[in-house]
Ligand binder design. Structure first.
Ligand SMILES: Nc1ncnc2c1ncn2[C@@H]1O[C@H](COP(=O)(O)OP(=O)(O)OP(=O)(O)O)[C@@H](O)[C@H]1O
Length: 648
């Protein structure tokens, strides 16, 4: 019999061995994780290489067996003369059986990329689309062209659903396009089984997945049922998938390929530059009444007789602004998610028919707006990301004529949005991207948008169509922030010692020696306008010198300001931090926007330019002359807040 001591010694030995094994396991796990990372990165590189190789093929060629049919269909059925850039590539690639993802800006003509091929080959195209109203519009317009199409949604009447299910089994069906929602596809076993029969009969031509970014968690409108679409590529071998989106960020595209099981597929991307949109940041007044006055002037004078959208971030704001504008005699509708679907449709229709000059809406007024002559999109509150801003402002000027995208920016709005969205991963970074767009005074706004889409547009691509480039307005003035940074840091330390939390407004007050005396710093009030102080706080947030700290009350979430990871650098003797000073350029609120003074010839030139983006450069040259040359020089209301000659 071993003694207790022997047994204890034996246990210690085993423990030692176990510890060794634990160490080995940890090492192996670490190596495993490293290998997994490496494998993922190699796979991504391989997929990228495959995509790049496919992209090098000239898909816009005109020697395919179907070229003649494609041409005839374009002219005779769609009544169009020519393709817009990338449409032909998308059509040829999908007709060649490639899985592809088409990335085009809103209004560039994605629908044609699957509607036209559907008519060129026998069989049915299944179009998966997230929005019923969008599908209804498309089916209606296809039927107007005598193109047999149907739709099947969760709310379709029984007979229609039955007819849609039957046509999948019917070898003699005339239907060429069947529109379904992803939810319908994911939830209907009968639909899937009939689809398999259709496939077995060789009649399933392709899947077109509209708004394909909805697959990705990173896309701006993620829809869980889109994930189900991952089974299509395995289940229906040799049926090409054509995904379409206006979301171009690379991690969304990689994610979409992964979810749809089509890694390394062809990506067809057209430029995101919208040369006919004029981008402008306007200083937002702090009172709602003053905001209303600006909106009133814009609608009554600058956009007289034109139609547009005013976006805001809350239902309350949309109702208040709409009623305020109505009191001023303007015809505006209100649109938000709390309204009944029927009321929303009515408002949409009245706006579409120009009974309303503008819709004051939350982002619920989104996908499916196919009105070509939206002349202005005003953001009463900033969007929650550049991605959203691009989508929302992109609803302007789809006819290719000049339209204006005006954003009313003020620091407080950052916190209105951040306290609503902070709980989701990564969104604060997206919001700060939007803030950077608003407060940057020395970089063309178009260039900032381009950076977001991994594109590189030079100032020629802007053609003075943003407030920074307008009349070569690029501002080179910078303000040094070293001492401001130290003061702000000391105010935050001081408040912390007193156990007081500061909102951005309170921080500003303390900095400008306003508000409670115990929170103020000991130095002088900064020799800059308060509005520039606001920009500095926003800049420090964007650059991680300050961070937001969220606290909950029974009624709301409050954003307080804390020192960020970079602020400690401010104590270094060689610390340097400069911020370009934003210059508020003149903006005529009470004169018609330049588009209204375009002569007929230049209007033709601009609208043709959308038909052929390739010719854009030549055409925008002439546009530049007419658009910018004709700005009326009125002496009426101008918004110039910061005097450019003042010294900071
Ligand atoms: N080759 C073309 N020539 C002229 N007009 C075209 C061409 N292709 C499409 N269009 C027109 O462009 C408009 C926008 O097209 P479409 O609705 O397909 O855009 P989209 O890219 O799907 O936009 P969204 O992302 O907002 O859904 C439509 O009125 C369409 O008829």
């Amino acid at each position: 019999m071993p003694s207790a001591e022997d047994l204890e010694n034996e246990i210690k030995k085993v423990d030692k061995e176990l510890t060794k094994i634990d160490v080995e396991i940890r090492k192996l796990k670490k190596t495993q994780a490293q290998l997994q990372d490496r494998k993922t990165s190699l796979k991504n590189s391989l997929n990228q290489l495959k995509s790049d190789t496919l992209s090098n093929v000239d898909w816009a060629g005109t020697e395919y067996e179907w070229t003649q049919d494609v041409d005839n269909t374009l002219r005779n059925i769609f009544n169009l003369d020519s393709f817009r850039p990338q449409q032909l590539s998308a059509i040829n690639s999908t007709l060649s059986g490639q899985h592809s993802i088409v990335v085009m800006p809103t209004g560039a003509g994605k629908s044609l990329c699957y509607q036209l091929p559907a008519l060129v080959k026998p069989g049915i195209t299944i179009v998966i689309s997230p929005l019923v109203s969008l599908m209804e519009d498309q089916v209606r317009s296809l039927k107007n062209r005598n193109i047999p199409a149907m739709l099947m949604t969760s709310s379709s009447p029984k007979e229609e659903t039955q007819a849609a299910l039957n046509l999948l089994k019917d070898k003699d069906t005339k239907i060429k396009l069947l529109y379904v929602t992803p939810e319908r596809l994911a939830k209907s076993k009968r639909f899937m089984s009939n689809l398999q029969k259709c496939h077995a009969d060789g009649r399933l031509q392709r899947f077109a997945i509209d708004e394909v970014h909805c697959c990705s968690q990173w896309g701006h409108d993620f829809r869980p049922d889109y994930k189900f679409l991952g089974i299509l590529s395995n289940m229906f071998q040799n049926v090409p998938i054509l995904g379409l989106t206006a979301t171009a960020t690379s991690h969304v595209l990689t994610d979409v390929q992964k979810i749809l099981n089509i890694p390394g597929c062809l990506i067809i991307k057209s430029t995101f530059n919208r040369p006919n949109l004029f981008y402008k940041i306007l200083e937002k007044p702090s009172s709602q009444e003053d905001c209303l006055n600006i909106l009133e002037k814009l609608l009554k004078y600058r956009y007289k007789n034109e139609t547009g959208i005013i976006y805001t971030n809350s239902i309350k704001d949309s109702e208040e602004l709409a009623s305020g504008l109505r009191k001023k005699g303007l015809k505006v509708g209100c649109y938000h998610a709390n309204m009944e679907a029927e009321d929303r449709s009515k408002v949409h229709l009245k706006w579409h028919d120009k009974h309303y000059q503008a819709i004051v809406a939350t982002v619920a007024f989104g996908m499916g707006i196919d009105k070509p002559d939206v002349r202005f999109v005003i953001h009463h509150t900033i969007s929650k990301s550049m991605e959203n801003y691009y989508q929302e402002s992109g609803r302007a000027g789809r006819d290719g004529l000049r339209a204006e995208c005006v954003t009313l920016y003020r620091m407080q709005d950052i916190f209105k949005i951040s306290s609503m969205v902070f709980s989701s991963v990564g969104v604060l970074g997206h919001l700060y991207g939007m803030v950077k767009y608003c407060i940057t005074g020395n970089i063309c706004r178009r260039k900032l948008i381009a950076e977001h889409f991994n594109e590189d547009w030079g100032s020629d691509d802007c053609n003075q169509m943003c407030d920074v480039c307008f009349e070569n307005n690029i501002n080179t003035k910078e303000i040094r922030l070293e001492s401001h940074c130290r003061t702000i840091s000391s105010i935050l330390d001081y408040a912390d010692q007193q156990d007081v939390k500061l909102t951005a407004q309170k921080l500003l007050d303390a900095w400008f020696l306003k508000g409670p005396v115990n929170l103020r710093h000991k130095g002088k009030s900064p020799d800059i306008p308060r509005i520039l102080g606001e920009d500095i706080i926003a800049f420090l947030l964007v650059e991680n010198y300050l961070v937001e700290d969220f606290h909950f009350t029974a009624y709301s979430t409050i954003s307080y300001i804390k020192k960020g990871p970079n602020i400690d650098f401010a104590q270094d003797s060689d610390f340097v931090l400069n911020m370009p000073v934003r210059r508020y350029t003149a903006f005529e609120l009470e004169s018609r926007a330049p588009s209204c003074t375009l002569d007929k010839d230049s209007i033709k030139t601009t609208s043709q330019s959308l038909n052929s983006y390739n010719d854009e450069k030549n055409k925008t040259d002439s546009k530049k002359r007419t658009m910018n040359g004709s700005v009326p020089k009125s002496k009426k209301t101008k918004l110039i807040i910061i005097d450019d000659d003042s010294d900071y």
